[in-house]
Design a protein around this ligand. Structure first.
Ligand code: NAD
Ligand code: SER
Length: 319
């Protein structure tokens, strides 16, 4: 069987940085082409092919797909929740047109399989907040959430109408040590680790009891590769699977950080991101993903925090 050739669009971002390296480990360095507007992390640039690409340029996108004989596209380029509220029209353009470009090329037979991430941001203030089910009220109140809701519907439509093999996860807030987050409402949960190590204090832009669904990056990368590897008949939902990991508030994570950094202090200064966070679930019911393709998270808050500190300290030469 011919090896899959993979393109990751948005390879310089929080997820792309880690996903490219994991895919290269599984599929071979030369079979994973990283693409972004800007250069990616050094290990991504040095370990395999990289192409500069504006995903809104469909002609160039097709040219690169043909040049590298691409069969699968992971489309990660997007504007995230907090930045999208500041630039609503461009966020809509980027988040939707990038998806249409990829879906259309798949419909025309140039790509066999697409991964496109959705988000907990599809949910809104009228959604039940605790243990939010897969099927529930979905009335997002952010530009980003509206684009994710629309994207989910379009993925399903292209699957039903044209048989385009689309796969999607509603990621919670993602936390990793290798890359910086890119303008989301859940970014505080990454910043807190860096600031604890640098200054032993952190000013949080969400209030202390704002619980949100979160996940450690290794779990998210594994879920992404698992859903893409699953046989097509196991994928019952083409719009976006709920994906559960950890649920915690700034106060919860601050307590765990303090166990690793004695004397650590946190203050709270909620800004416009508080309203976004208040419209999202506190925890997620991911039983459909568990049932359909065997999803199982591995990291809880303690295990995640220990691994974050270990790697950040190693990286900065502190251990
Ligand atoms: P990010 O902002 O860190 O990275 C996005 C990357 O896309 C950046 O490197 C950027 O340069 C690139 N990009 C932007 N415009 C582009 C264009 N026109 N052409 C090519 N590249 C372009 O985002 P991320 O956190 O890695 O998120 C990736 C995807 O996952 C997004 O769809 C996001 O909505 C989704 N998601 C992320 C999270 C999270 O917590 N990180 C949670 C839910 C969903
Ligand atoms: N982490 C993302 C954000 O805050 C959720 O999609 O925008």
């Amino acid at each position: 069987m011919a090896t899959d050739k993979i393109m990751v669009i948005g390879s310089s971002g929080q997820i792309g940085t880690e996903l490219v390296m994991e895919l290269r480990a599984s599929f071979g360095n030369d079979n994973v082409v990283a693409c972004d507007l800007k250069s990616s992390a050094q290990e991504v640039m040095e370990s395999g092919p990289f192409e500069t690409l504006d995903v809104l340029d469909k002609t160039k996108l097709l040219e690169l797909i043909k040049k590298h004989h691409i069969t699968q596209v992971y489309l990660l380029a997007a504007m995230l929740s907090a930045t999208a509220e500041q630039h609503p029209m461009f966020a809509w353009k980027l988040n939707m047109e990038s998806l249409f470009n990829v879906l259309e090329l798949a419909k025309e037979g140039h790509i066999k399989k697409i991964y496109w991430p959705s988000s907990i941001a599809v949910f809104g203030p009228t959604t039940p907040r605790q243990n939010t089910p897969q099927y529930t009220i979905i009335e997002p109140s952010t530009v980003y959430g509206i684009s994710k809701q629309a994207g989910e519907r379009w993925c399903e439509w292209y699957f039903k109408k044209y048989g385009v093999d689309t796969r999607s996860l509603r990621y919670p807030g993602l936390i990793g040590w290798k890359s910086a987050p890119g303008g989301g409402t859940t970014d505080y949960a990454v910043h807190i680790f860096h600031e604890a190590l640098k200054k032993n204090t952190y000013e949080c832009f969400l209030s202390e009891n704002t619980a949100l669904p979160m996940m450690y990056m290794p779990d998210a990368i594994r879920a992404t590769i698992e859903i893409m590897d699953a046989p097509a008949e196991k994928i019952k939902i083409r719009g976006g699977y709920n994906l559960g990991g950890i649920s915690f508030s700034p106060k919860d994570i601050a307590a765990v950080v303090a166990q690793n950094c004695p004397g650590f202090t946190i203050t709270y200064k909620p800004d416009f991101r508080q309203q976004i966070a208040d419209s999202w679930p506190a925890s997620i019911d991911d039983s459909e993903a568990k049932k359909d393709w065997g999803w199982k998270p591995q990291f809880d808050l303690i295990a995640m925090s220990e691994d974050m500190f270990l790697n950040l300290k190693k990286n900065s030469g502190k251990i």
